[in-house]
Design a binder for this molecule. Structure first.
Ligand code: FEO
Length: 400
């Protein structure tokens, strides 16, 4: 059954949601599913804005056909080549062979890689560059290059008659769309923000500088609607969400808060982490506590983007760092987390080393510091260490 919705005059949502996929990119758990957004513009000319993942390909093609209502497809605009959006390019060209591809110069070699049997269509593509425009009738698309948000070929398309920015992966979020497709219909701040942050930090987080560049370009556009490739569409409170992106892409803490992330084999490091969290909370500070063996690494990464101070607690393991904590630090380096304060809790029964090793990894993160007030747990924390805990808690609160 077709499932299309109007998002602006002459523009239809033709995407679909997948609730069966366990992990996005086969890495990130998505218990709430994910949507692959795509849009059709109907005017004197018709245009399809990106395609979809193959997992929803049948529904997607049905939706496109419904939006076109018997018309042909004149243009297939490719803002992003990653297969979660471009998997159906060949299928679209087979079904609407008259469609002309619209892309930029960096997209062309990728089209040849992924669709080697479509030489003619690729050779006749309309290759656009920054500022070029394409008139469809009342609607006019202009193109904004957005390299590395999140692949090098990414561009955004701005439709001036409706003020619609097709923003590619930017402003996207994990989560299937439950009928309603607009952010103002889905209680976004309470039900979606955590997944939006997790999506940003893990998928786009490494490219904060490039996101900042695109935000500056977007600031000059009269945007009324933001239509991303994943998650809800924005037609209200755009400034609120753009503000989140501004913070996230500058890697500025979203909240004056502390996140406590601990690994613990037998509960002793957990006990110390919880005791420290209680003392931090007693200072009037907002604290969240997570067991790194129970949350996915992507959630821990998102917490590091949200909070200003990160308490990392981990046992010594094989002379190194307990794996989930070590892997988190490696990922934070790969994603380029910067400008955070860390407090450390280390533990070990004969040679506690994890604190020193975690500090060394944190030293590789730009503008990140480690508080001197480290807590060391030998076996289990004792009442004799109250002063040590209190000093760490006070230092954490003072670092906010
Ligand atoms: Fe949703 Fe970079 O693809």
């Amino acid at each position: 059954m077709q499932n299309i919705q109007s998002i602006a005059d002459g523009i239809f949502y033709v995407g679909a949601s997948d609730r069966r996929l366990a992990k996005f990119e086969n890495l990130f758990p998505i218990p709430r599913g994910v949507s692959y957004n795509s849009y059709v513009i109907v005017d004197d000319k018709t245009a399809l804005m990106d395609t979809a993942d193959a997992s929803v390909g049948g529904q997607f093609l049905e939706n496109v056909a419904a939006a076109l209502a018997g018309r042909g497809l004149d243009y297939l605009v490719i803002d992003h080549m990653e297969p979660d959006h471009a998997a159906m390019v060949e299928a679209v060209l087979l079904r609407w062979p008259g469609a002309r591809l619209v892309c930029n110069a960096k997209t062309v070699p990728m089209l040849r890689m992924y669709f080697p049997g479509n030489d003619a269509a690729i050779a006749s593509a309309l290759v656009v560059k920054e500022g070029d425009s394409l008139s469809l009738g009342r609607h006019t698309l202009s193109f904004v290059m957005a390299p590395m948000v999140h692949w090098p070929e990414v561009m955004m398309s701005f439709e001036s008659a409706t003020g619609t920015l097709f923003s590619a992966d930017a402003f996207g979020t994990f989560g299937a769309l439950d009928g309603a497709i607009f952010a103002d219909e889905v209680a976004f701040p309470t039900r979606w923000l955590d997944d939006a942050r997790r999506y940003y930090a893990n998928i786009v987080g490494k490219y904060g500088v490039q996101v900042q560049g695109v935000l500056k370009k977007a600031a000059g556009l009269p945007i009324r609607t933001i239509a991303p490739l994943h998650g809800p569409i924005w037609r209200q409170d755009l400034e609120w969400f753009i503000g989140k992106y501004d913070l996230w892409s500058r890697c500025e803490p979203e909240e004056k808060a502390v996140t406590v992330l601990y690994g613990s084999m037998y509960g002793n490091t957990a006990s110390a982490a919880n005791a420290l969290a209680a003392r931090i909370a007693a200072q009037g500070v907002k604290v969240a506590v997570h067991d790194l063996s129970c949350v996915d690494n992507s959630e821990a990464v998102a917490e590091c983007w949200r909070a200003a101070v990160i308490v990392l607690a981990a046992p010594t393991y094989n002379g190194g760092i307990y794996l989930p904590a070590g892997e988190l630090l490696d990922d934070l380096k790969a994603l380029g987390l910067h400008d955070r304060v860390f407090a450390l809790v280390e533990s070990g029964s004969w040679a506690p080393m994890s604190g020193k090793l975690m500090a060394a990894k944190i030293g590789e993160l730009k503008n990140c510091t480690v508080l001197d007030q480290k807590v060391t747990v030998r076996g289990r924390l004792t009442a004799a260490q109250d002063a040590e805990l209190d000093a760490c808690a006070r230092a954490v609160a003072a670092a906010l």
